[in-house]
Structure formats: C-alpha cells, structure tokens
Design a protein around this ligand. Structure first.
Ligand SMILES: [Zn+2]
Length: 136
C-alpha cells in the first residue's frame, strides 16, 4: 500500500469512527434506528430504508402546540440534530410538524437535510456500494 493509499485508508477509518460517534450521541432510543441493515443492495434500497427509518424518528419527535394569534400549529425540534428551521416566518422552535420536520429529515423539497440523517444515509449508501462489489 502506497503512502497515499495508507493516508486515504486512515481518513476513511477516521470518518467511519466520527460518523458512528455522531449516531451514538443521539441516545439509546434513536441510535438503533440510524444504523442501516447490511443487506441493502442498491442506492434505491438505501433511500427506501432511510425513508422508513425517518418515519420512525418522526413518530418519536416531541410535538409542541403553538398558539398563534389566528391559529394553532404544531412544531417539533429535530430529535436527531436538535435543529430549528431557518425561515423568517418561523412561529416557534423546531420545524412545522409533521411535514417540515419530515422534509428536514429527508432533505426533501429543497430543504437542507438533517446532518445526522445524512450520516445515516451515507452509511446506507456505502453499505449498498460494498454489497454491489461483493454480492452474496
Ligand atoms: Zn436534524
């Protein structure tokens, strides 16, 4: 292995450790949902897994009811990154629930994807890539 290959290998190992540490920091209730299964064999299967996993995360979100002058709305802080929406018209903490949070978790409809769900997706896509290289 050349010095460059050794360096790349070390960086890949460090990246894997950093990703798994981030997933572990979400806590025992969530982190099991974020590890992709090892049998994902295509990018499409990885994305389908993420959609199902984020549906479970969405169901675990702590939903807040916000009283506004003309209506009542529901919002939830992202259970994975503790993030809030970036919009100017934000009526409270977190994201509009459920659709705003769903879009954040999946990076759908031009929303910036949750950095933690992005890590889970990256691991799933890596698993699918390895599965394609070494089919069982
Ligand atoms: Zn998030």
């Amino acid at each position: 292995m050349s010095p460059l290959e050794q360096r790349i290998r070390k960086l890949e190992d460090d990246l894997y450790l950093a990703r798994t540490l981030v997933l572990e920091l979400t806590g025992p209730e969530l982190h099991d949902l974020l590890y992709p299964p090892t049998d994902l064999d295509t990018p499409r299967a990885a994305h389908a897994w993420l959609t199902a996993a984020m549906g479970k995360v969405l169901a675990l979100a702590e939903v807040l009811t916000i009283e506004e002058p003309l209506c009542t709305s529901q919002r939830a802080v992202c259970p994975l990154c503790r993030g809030d929406a970036n919009d100017y018209n934000r009526a409270g903490p977190g994201y509009k629930y459920p659709e705003g949070l769903r879009r954040h978790l999946l990076g759908a409809n031009i929303s910036t994807q949750c950095p933690v769900s992005k890590i889970a997706l990256d691991l799933a896509l890596e698993s699918a890539r390895i599965h394609a290289m070494y089919p069982r």
